[in-house]
Design a protein around this ligand. Sequence first.
Ligand code: SAM
Length: 274
Amino acid sequence: MAELPPLREVIARHGLSASKALGQNFLFDEQLLDRIAAIPGDLAGKKVLEVGPGPGGLTRALLRAGAEVTAIEMDSRCLPALAEVGEAFPGKLKVIQGDALKLDHADIMGGEPFAVLSNLPYNVGTALFVRWLGGESWPPLWTSLTLMLQQEVAQRIAATPDNSAYGRLAVLAQWRSEAKMAMKVHRSAFTPPPKVMSAIVHVEPREMPDGVSARVLERLTEAAFGQRRKMLRQSLKGVPGAVEALEQVGIDPQRRAETLSVDNFVALARVLSA
Ligand code: SAM
């Protein structure tokens, strides 16, 4: 493996001034990057999809861990720097230039299982998160998601009903997956530092509960948390059969969405999916 120059030097040599529009906040600390790459467990010989590699800090850490990396990067200015990383790890890095929101990830990964690691702009990260966690097809081709997000979003994903952060994202993340907060990352770790703190969530898929349509569950949580301060008998009015289903599964219609467990939502969605 050839020696790679420090990331700061790579950025300077390729003129990669951080673009605000592309949400670029880079990580340079190799030890931190190695710790992030270790979150999904041993990656040796595993396929990894990295979204938004930028100058390739996390990409290097993934390759050092022995992964075979496919990376999607929107900014063509980063391609020469990523090509250098590819040369240091021959045959182990494939870079695709494009918008990760528009590409078919299963297709890119050749229909084989893969772990996802990513440090993305927060709006793109949340949109991809919702896409990866949604849909009827389960288990997904991804074996885990390890995502740097705004700390507040990460807390919403891992929240339990006793917490004010609990809502749609928590139900989506937890009804057929394990989602946990893996690491908090101080804003000063990034160049330039973003305005808010970051955190990494790690998600692994579990078996999907029987007889539940993902679409029905998504519709239910959208309605319930869309008016989270209202009683369920009010907020669920627009979902046909939902108020009756509450009685069927023994949930008091005077309760509010934020008091229902993930299992309660699953039970409700099962009645409505029948
Ligand atoms: N992974 C690098 C790191 O940790 O230092 C860069 C992280 S930076 C927060 C986000 C990266 O995602 C940038 O390189 C940006 O160009 C890229 N990006 C932004 N939107 C994207 C999209 N829709 N698809 C793919 N890459 C995107």
